[in-house]
Design a protein around this ligand. Sequence first.
Ligand SMILES: Nc1ncnc2c1ncn2[C@@H]1O[C@H](COP(=O)(O)OP(=O)(O)OP(=O)(O)O)[C@@H](O)[C@H]1O
Ligand SMILES: O=P(O)(O)OC[C@H]1O[C@H](OP(=O)(O)OP(=O)(O)O)[C@H](O)[C@@H]1O
Length: 218
Amino acid sequence: MTMLSIALTKGRLEKQSVAMFEQCGYGVEELKNKGRQLVFLDTEKEQRYFLVKAADCVTYVEHGVADVGFVGKDTLMESEGRYYELMDLGIGKCGFIVAGLPGQSPFAKLGHVKIGSKYPNVAREYFKKRNMDVEVIKIEGSVELAPILGLCDGIVDIMETGTTLKENGLIVYERICDISARVIVNRASFKLKRPEIMRLLNDLQKVRDAHAETNGSR
Ligand SMILES: Nc1ncnc2c1ncn2[C@@H]1O[C@H](COP(=O)(O)OP(=O)(O)OP(=O)(O)O)[C@@H](O)[C@H]1O
Ligand SMILES: O=P(O)(O)OC[C@H]1O[C@H](OP(=O)(O)OP(=O)(O)O)[C@H](O)[C@@H]1O
């Protein structure tokens, strides 16, 4: 059997991704008990996993260093990589929103509008579709701070529970779209390692559907 290399997004998606592999019956003990280690071998299934930042996950898959990647749709929408997006994992569910201070909608402002975001391409694209000419300011994190301090009139960011916005006195003006984690696959790997990749996708699909059923029947 051919070895599959799988790039996992570290951080918020990590725990749920590892749990899915565990439920598939793969040997992820090393991944669960990691220290500073970044590559993990699952000899039984002939798979190796590595943990990388979201945007790097796309890069590794695009270049074929990883055959498969687990990454958020937010990152895919922001990047320009070439890969196959083959499955919605149903984890890491959240959404892209436009938010701002109450009574100060960026959609109602006349004149120059500034939008802060960790996702400048997504923000630019969205406002272009709305026929609005905005200046997008790239922000690396704690985006909610930017309109409070007057750096911008609104933000494009991720919202899950809405707690971060609420605790910072911001409101949602528009929901852009839903986001969840996806499986992406290198284009050449999909031809050369198709049986291994199909087996992985089938296993993941069973786990995802079992979750959906449990949640749906609550
Ligand atoms: N609040 C959230 N709820 C659900 N999923 C989220 C949330 N925030 C981020 N995600 C998903 O998890 C992925 C990783 O996010 P995470 O915050 O761990 O890393 P990051 O965005 O690279 O930030 P950092 O610079 O803090 O590492 C995101 O690309 C997104 O798909
Ligand atoms: O709606 P909520 O459940 O409050 O989640 C939303 C928050 O989660 C993400 O930030 P993250 O924690 O990744 O930190 P960051 O500001 O460094 O991006 C996002 O940018 C929001 O700030």
